[in-house]
Design a protein around this ligand. Structure first.
Ligand code: C2E
Ligand code: CA
Ligand code: CA
Length: 546
């Protein structure tokens, strides 16, 4: 205690006590304890003394006994400053660790960019909500920003980040305190509603809130989102809910974006059908399920069939599937290349004797842009013709206008190569695409196929149809041949012949038929055009089918 020797030697207890008390942080407590113990001679005690200079002493006191009698009191003091400091340090270290662990835990459940909940926390909350019992108020909203990639690409990642942060802020304002807004990654967000009675209203609010413009690097951005909404029922798990919300979100995109769509079980069926279709399509060629039907096209001035269009069919074990159902999937998977080749081979093989019987006869085959983009397409076509002994000028390739929107120079080059060998190119579905009449002269085409939608407007054959008139006039001025598609009535056929169409095709003459019925169909079509030309055909009584 640092009591000077001379002070001790003075045996003045009051002064010694005063010296000690001066150093203590709580002298009163010290004195009180001393008095308490002297008042109770048999008591024992252990307590701590804190010195103003930071030292800590342990004070132990117990009675001094001789035989059974208490004759005095023993005091012992121990400097435990070092031990206390070590303990203090340990305590601080532990509480620091605990705080860091809390922060880490928070980070592990937080999206670092937006500060929203992240995927794990969302899953946690969703599981909790589902386990809590009443599921009638649990709804999941999955959404993503519609044109986020563009903002990122055009304005940069910094701007993209700002947009995500702003989107997160807006989402947060659309929901209640009990709900969870999380960012799943990229531009994908998810909301868990647990208390609302009207989730559709919340979904609509979210779409509206995101749609308000905001300034980003000097530009005004109008963000929009596609949102899928689904509600929990008694048996769904968290993964089911997220999957359903995802499917609904894709439906919202398909519906034109900037909207919300509620999940419906039919969407699941459509998805399953789609994957089933794709899986089946993969093996369709090797299983011999790709077949071709043929529709004769009549030559109006000659009143004969000089052309036959090949139309693909997919013969599945249970039914025949029409091209409009599977061509899009075939194109997006690239399977169209093999299917297209199969159609060309079958058509040339099956029509070979018909084609070689008269050099003015032609087969028309539909080609999609995907095929034309494949390197070596022109080569394979020419090889196929050569192998079967069919002349180039007996093949027509039908393409749609979208082919010419493709910036790939390669497509024009392939068509150029093919036309160089006498192959004709027909522009299918003319009038439904983007091409203006004025652009026609720049396109590498020989034949114009007027789309059925222009033919179906002919009802009596007496009406004024200026578009049809200018289409045919323009095409002829450019030296193109004209085929009218989807001719269903006498009135249409007669009007189109009068207009000067070179060829006609449609149910009025014959439907597309399998190869074994082709001879009969050709005969029927020839009959029809002969009757029409000789004026020997009655007006169709029934209205056209559309
Ligand atoms: P498209 O090339 O415009 O073929 C004409 C479509 O109209 C055919 O449908 C045909 O059956 C139908 N049609 C013919 N006459 C009439 C008529 O008088 N009235 C009505 N309402 N329809 C008529 P299909 O066979 O279902 O083919 C649909 C489309 O699928 C074709 O339209 C073509 O774009 C595509 N397609 C067909 N075969 C192939 C192919 O081998 N390859 C590619 N890439 N596409 C094909
Ligand atoms: Ca066609
Ligand atoms: Ca067409």
């Amino acid at each position: 205690m640092g009591i000077p020797a001379d002070l001790l030697d003075s045996h003045d207890d009051g002064k010694v006590m005063g010296f000690v008390l001066d150093q203590l942080t709580d002298p009163d407590a010290f004195l009180a304890k001393v008095q308490e113990l002297y008042a109770e001679p048999s008591a024992e005690s252990l307590d701590l003394l804190h010195f103003s200079d930071g030292r800590t002493f342990e004070r132990y006191s117990r009675p001094q006994r001789v035989a059974e009698a208490v004759v005095g009191r023993v005091w012992s003091f121990r400097d435990i400053t070092a031990r206390m400091q070590a303990q203090d340090q340990a305590r601080t270290a532990i509480s620091d660790l605990a705080r860091q662990a809390d922060e880490l835990k928070l980070l592990a459940f937080q999206d670092h960019l937006t500060g929203l909940a992240n995927r794990s926390l969302f899953r946690d909350r969703l599981d909790q909500a589902l386990n809590a019992g009443d599921r009638s108020r649990i709804h999941v909203l999955l959404l993503d920003l519609d044109d986020f990639k563009e903002v990122n690409d055009v304005l940069g990642h910094q701007a993209g980040d700002e947009m995500l942060i702003e989107a997160g802020r807006r989402l947060g304002r659309c929901v209640g305190p009990a709900d969870t807004v999380a960012r799943l990654g990229g531009d994908e967000f998810v909301i868990l509603l647990t208390s609302t009675l009207d989730p559709d209203a919340v979904a609509a609010r979210v779409v509206g809130a995101l749609n308000a413009p905001f300034a980003l690097y000097g530009r005004e951005i109008h963000p929009s989102i596609s949102l899928g909404l689904t509600s929990a029922d008694t048996r769904l798990h968290a993964t089911d809910l997220l999957r359903r919300a995802d499917i609904a979100m894709y439906a919202a995109k398909a519906a034109g974006k900037n909207c919300y769509v509620r999940f419906h079980p039919d969407m699941m069926a459509a998805l399953l059908a789609r994957t089933d279709l794709e899986a089946g399509l993969r093996t369709a060629v090797e299983r011999g399920e790709i077949t071709v039907h043929y529709q004769p096209v009549v030559n109006a001035p000659e009143a004969t069939v000089t052309q036959i269009e090949a139309l693909v069919r997919w013969q599945r074990p249970d039914r025949i599937i029409s091209p409009s159902e599977f061509i899009p999937a075939a194109e997006s998977t690239g399977l169209i290349n093999a299917i297209g080749q199969e159609v060309l081979t079958q058509a040339c093989t099956q029509l070979r004797s018909w084609l070689t019987g008269d050099q003015n006869r032609r087969v028309a085959v539909n080609v999609s842009a995907v095929q034309l983009r494949a390197p070596g397409y022109a080569r394979t076509v020419l090889d196929t013709l050569a192998a079967l002994g069919i002349r180039g000028d007996q093949l027509i390739l039908e393409v749609t206008e979208s082919v010419f929107l493709d910036p790939v120079q390669h497509i024009s080059a392939q068509l150029g190569l093919l036309r160089g060998q006498g192959i004709k190119v027909a522009l299918d579905d003319f009038g439904t695409g983007y091409s203006s009449l004025g652009r026609l002269q720049d396109l590498p085409v020989d034949i114009l196929k007027i789309d059925q939608s222009f033919v179906s407007v002919i009802i009596t054959g007496e009406e004024e149809l200026p578009i049809l008139d200018s289409m045919t006039a323009m095409a002829h001025n450019l030296g193109l041949k004209i085929t009218a598609e989807g001719v269903e009535t006498t009135e249409q056929a007669r009007h189109l012949v009068r207009l000067g169409c070179d060829s006609l095709q449609g149910y009025f003459f014959t439907r597309p038929v399998p190869p074994q019925e082709l001879a009969a169909a050709e005969k029927h079509a020839t009959q029809r055009i002969k009757e029409l030309r000789s004026g020997d055909v009655p007006e169709t009584a029934a209205k056209p089918s559309r």
